[in-house]
Design a binder for this molecule. Structure first.
Ligand SMILES: Nc1ncnc2c1ncn2[C@@H]1O[C@H](COP(=O)(O)OP(=O)(O)OP(=O)(O)O)[C@@H](O)[C@H]1O
Length: 575
């Protein structure tokens, strides 16, 4: 059962219809042979019993029956293949959506540990394998097993000795497959790992193609990619080299049943305990009966391989999502109480406590790597703290539904990601039901309307994946427009560090000033000048708060902030 669960990404019901129709089609495939057997009996009867004439009228009926059964078989095959494909593709599509939805609900802490290439491969490659399993392999195997049992019972009515000899070698073939299933699994798993690794390296290579071109990275830089391709080739050869002969031996074993049946038939015929007609009937059926069985046996190894792909998907689907069901309260004040947090085993924030009243403007400043952006990520609940609590409206955000919480929060990050969509579509991510007028209004407020109108198709211009067709400043303003449209009461802003030209900088500042009006705002600031007027400036150093207060208070206390301020001023004056 666990195999079927894995094979179907935890949705074994998707197999019911394909198995049913395949079994019906397999059974329908036997009917023409029953007519053939009857035709053979009629034709041979005058030879065996010369006193009986050829029953031509009955023979015509048999021919008609054969023709009808072939039409029936055709209809059943069509139904089976339609059901197999429709159900397999819709099960895979549902599974992909379920997995994508699940990924969204997992903590970033978990996702950071996974390779993005691996996840992409799972979404496309592994599900494609499940499609093949659901549409072909599983129905084929179960249909073949059902047919073998029915055929054994049915043929036993004619002659149980020949029926038994026909299937005598089948247990040996099944045993061979079961005994080698450990090695099949091991080789499949090695091959799967090599395939995932090659996929990851390829993804890494494609993602970094600009850096590779820019730095003319050749030779040894490709070694990792090449090595992974070579390993994949080695594992593929090993897999085929071992599984091929195993499958072939199983097929030979099954087909040996026909030889056994012929030997038994000749022996019984000579002994006088079998009539020629029954023997001929078994010869005809014997040539057809093994086709589904051998196809099923040779598909077994592939099934084990696919099962592993399914197992990876099921494991990921069972990964616990971030807990919390409560709706956030009405208040918009944000507080961190004695928060300690680290990524993997690196400690980043230590015992951080800070209170940000509703409607206030708080700036987080400090040296690079001091943990400023991490504070924003904890407030948005991308991660949960190891110790301490983050509260919004006085309630622990760990108890809140993460999606409901995110509806209260707008975020503008340094590394703006734009989707491969139109400009309007990208802004609409702020609020999916926004009208075109609302999108344009948000764009005006975010100072991007003018540059958008200069693009070839204005708001309908497609943006390359990741926003690679726009400048850094333009992307930042589009992400501010998204936040404008979302109109959430809490704004988290990670100021761009990339050096922007003065015009861009002024426009972004103007856009930000509009965005933050009347909201609880927490800004990570790299340029201290931009947050001089903040209600409170929090200075972080090595994950601890070392100072907090207003601009003039911090300057007069002559601590880290004052030093950072003087350094930035000296740089600005070119000293
Ligand atoms: N996803 C992550 N996984 C592992 N470590 C991370 C991750 N994000 C950040 N870090 C590390 O955590 C530390 C704090 O990062 P953070 O981005 O919060 O600093 P920051 O003060 O905002 O830095 P900057 O001013 O350079 O943006 C850094 O040492 C960084 O390398």
């Amino acid at each position: 059962m666990s195999m079927l669960r894995n094979m179907t990404a935890d949705n074994p019901r998707s197999l019911i219809k394909p198995i049913f129709y395949t079994t019906v089609a397999n059974l329908a495939g036997v009917i023409p042979f029953i007519w053939l057997v009857e035709a053979a009996r009629l034709i041979f009867t005058p030879f065996v019993h010369p006193d009986l004439p050829l029953d031509t009228a009955r023979l015509w009926w048999v021919c008609a029956g054969l023709a009808v059964s072939l039409v029936l078989l055709f209809g059943c095959e069509i139904l089976a293949s339609r059901s197999q494909f429709r159900d397999a593709y819709s099960a895979a599509a549902d599974g992909r959506s379920r997995l994508a939805e699940h990924l969204r609900k997992l903590s970033l802490g978990y996702l950071n540990k996974r390779d993005p290439g691996d996840l992409a491969n799972m979404m496309m490659g592994d599900f494609a394998m499940l499609e093949h399993g659901i549409s072909h392999l599983v129905p084929q195997m179960i249909g073949a097993a059902v047919m073998a049992v029915l055929a054994l019972i049915g043929l036993s009515f004619f002659d149980w000795r020949l029926a038994l000899s026909l299937f005598a070698a089948l247990p040996a073939a099944i045993l061979l497959m079961l005994l080698t299933s450990g090695i099949q699994r091991k080789l499949s798993s090695r091959h799967m790992r090599a395939k995932i690794d090659a996929g990851n390296r390829l993804q890494e290579y494609l993602n970094g193609i600009r850096v590779i071109k820019a730095y003319n990275l050749t030779g040894e830089r490709f070694v990792r990619l090449e090595r992974s391709f070579r390993e994949l080739m080695r594992q593929s050869v090993r897999l085929e080299g071992v599984l091929g002969p195993i499958g072939l031996s199983a097929t030979v074993c099954v087909r040996a049943g026909l030889t056994l049946m012929v030997m038994a038939g000749v022996h019984l015929l000579l002994g006088g305990s079998l009539d020629v007609i029954t023997f001929v009937a078994f010869l005809i059926i014997g040539t057809r009966i093994f086709d589904p069985l051998t196809a099923a046996l040779s598909g077994y190894a592939e099934l084990r391989y696919i099962e592993q792909a399914g197992e990876r998907i099921v494991q990921l689907l069972r990964e616990p999502v971030m807990p919390g069901e409560r709706q956030p309260p009405a208040g918009h004040d944000v507080e961190l109480k004695r928060v300690t947090f680290g990524y993997l085993d690196q400690s980043v924030l230590r015992d951080v406590s800070v209170s940000m009243p509703a409607g206030s403007f708080t700036a987080l400043v400090g040296p690079s790597g001091s943990g400023k952006s991490t504070v924003l990520r904890l407030i948005a609940r991308f991660y949960d703290p190891e110790k301490g609590t983050v509260t919004i409206g006085g309630e622990d955000i760990r108890d809140m539904d993460p999606e409901a919480l995110l509806r209260k929060v707008s975020m503008v990050f340094q590394d703006v990601y734009l989707f491969q969509d139109t400009i309007a579509g990208n802004i609409r991510f702020g609020r999916s039901d926004a009208t075109r007028e609302e999108i344009e209004e948000a764009a005006r407020l975010a100072c991007c309307h003018d540059f958008i109108m200069k693009l070839p198709q204005g708001y309908d211009t497609m943006v390359g994946e990741g926003g690679c067709t726009l400048s850094g400043g333009e992307k930042q303003r589009i992400s501010i427009a998204r936040a404008m449209l979302k109109n959430a009461p809490i704004v988290l802003l990670d100021e761009a560090t990339a050096s922007l030209d003065p015009e861009n900088e002024a426009e972004i500042q103007q856009a930000i000033d509009r965005l933050v009006q009347g909201r609880t705002v927490i800004v990570v600031a790299h340029r201290l000048k931009t947050v001089q007027h903040a209600d409170r400036i929090v200075v972080l150093d090595h994950g601890r708060i070392v100072e907090q207060g207003r601009y003039d208070e911090l300057l007069s206390s002559n601590g880290l902030y004052a030093r950072l301020w003087r350094r930035q001023h000296a740089t600005a004056r070119g000293e």
